[in-house]
Design a protein around this ligand. Structure first.
Ligand SMILES: Nc1ncnc2c1ncn2[C@@H]1O[C@H](COP(=O)(O)OP(=O)(O)OP(=O)(O)O)[C@@H](O)[C@H]1O
Length: 201
């Protein structure tokens, strides 16, 4: 499978594996139109790491997307993300539980169709992983997602989460953080270009 990867896929493959093997804990965003080989790449990365006895957790924002990935579940199910979210939400995972230990062990989290999920869900997962990994939520020792390597993927042109009655400001709510500073959590250059008008407004 590795030999089948095209150059762009191989670049992402190498960057993600490098982050896992060197404990860099880097968050990635894999952007690509439908059919450009994101799922193919998730499978290649997962097969490689699982062959090295590393734990890879695969989730997707929707159940249908999860069925396309090996042993994947929805993100809401895996991380126990609350259905009603706010700016300080956390997931209902307690330290010491089987699930907490599983997440602690994970070398890589792959989250497909990420653009379908509200940013407060990612923030809740971030807080929860920090708690599980004993990483403070602020200060110099803070590490995004508790220092885990996380590979998000999806296509912003296909689906964005719905905010009921948000009006034209809905997108701003989705892509800006509480201080109205553009969200810099991912390396999503294309996303920034696609929504440049909104980010600058
Ligand atoms: N490097 C490759 N070598 C051979 N086949 C590939 C390669 N990359 C992708 N494919 C094939 O191309 C098709 C589309 O790829 P894939 O399903 O991974 O795209 P995707 O980006 O996940 O699409 P979507 O966003 O619609 O889920 C699949 O049949 C897949 O097996």
């Amino acid at each position: 499978m590795l030999h089948s990867l095209n150059m762009e896929q191989f670049h992402v493959y190498s960057a993600v594996l490098n982050s896992v093997h060197n404990n860099v804990g880097c968050p990635f965003f894999l952007y690509g139109h439908g059919g450009t080989g994101k799922t193919f790449l998730y499978n290649a990365i997962t097969a490689k790491l699982r062959s090295q006895s590393k734990l890879v957790i695969l989730v997707a924002s929707s159940g249908i997307a999860a069925t396309l990935l090996p042993k994947a579940t929805t993100a809401h199910s895996r991380f126990k993300i609350p259905l009603i979210l706010d700016a300080s939400s956390t997931c209902t995972i307690k330290k010491g539980t089987h699930l907490a230990e599983l997440l602690k062990e994970a070398s890589l989290i792959i989250w497909d169709e990420a653009p379908m999920t509200h940013r407060q869900a990612f923030e809740a997962v971030d807080r929860t992983l920090c708690d599980i990994m004993n990483i403070p939520l602020s200060g110099e020792r803070y590490k995004l997602f508790g220092g885990k390597t996380v590979l998000f993927g999806g296509d912003f042109r296909q689906t964005l989460p719905v905010i009921t009655e948000a009006g034209p400001k809905g997108l701003r709510i989705l892509i800006k953080n509480n201080d109205a500073i553009p969200n810099d959590y991912t390396r999503n250059i294309v996303f920034r270009e696609a929504f440049a008008d909104i980010l600058q407004a």
